[in-house]
Ligand binder design. Structure first.
Ligand SMILES: [Zn+2]
Length: 184
């Protein structure tokens, strides 16, 4: 995404140059350089007390009408955790708490360019929710019944979260008989 034609600092038409091994736009007058960075996004993999997953149906592009995890852009001055919980609260009125980091991901978005997505597992104790204008619907689903999610990043987050949960449950089951007493 190359949005600048003129220097946002002094208004001079920008030139293209190779700087630090990348093609970047730069200002021949004041040396301003357009460093392009990914936009930070937080995603909330949200479960309720009975372990059901919150899935929302989006009412705005990108991914219009698609089933998704709640989330959005992190604001300046906000931690990723705060951004994650704020987006959840704005979209669904639910107050959650961060359980753990699921992962950090890079994706190319047609609409926004490079994205850096940080996904957290969030736990909520409330069951009733109220959606805002960004969504058509939102509800908690048992895993066998969640609507089909087609956004590759959200699929990946759900996969990684589930993978971690299943490893955790395997750790709790000893794979060999545990003997008590002193081993000699
Ligand atoms: Zn300039």
């Amino acid at each position: 995404m190359n949005i600048y034609k003129y220097c946002p600092s002094c208004g001079t038409p920008l030139k293209t140059a190779t700087i630090e091994n990348r093609t970047r736009k730069t200002c021949p007058s004041c040396s301003w350089i357009h460093y392009e960075n990914p936009l930070p996004v937080a995603l909330a993999y949200t479960v309720n007390q009975s372990g059901k997953l919150l899935v929302v149906r989006r009412a705005h592009p990108p991914a219009y009408n698609a089933w998704a995890l709640p989330g959005g852009f992190i604001e300046s001055g906000e931690t990723p955790q705060e951004g994650c919980l704020r987006e959840l609260r704005e979209e669904t009125s639910l107050n959650g708490r961060i359980d753990r980091l699921i992962g950090a991901y890079h994706r190319e978005s047609e609409m926004y360019g490079s994205l850096l997505a940080v996904a957290y597992k969030v736990i909520v104790s409330e069951e009733t929710l109220q959606i805002n204008h960004e969504l058509y619907e939102a509800d908690f689903y048992p895993f066998e019944e969640i609507p089909r999610i087609t956004i590759p990043l959200h699929q990946k987050v759900i996969h990684d979260a589930r993978d971690h949960e299943s490893q955790k449950s395997e750790e709790n089951i000893p794979s060999f008989p545990v003997r008590s007493g002193r081993i000699t």
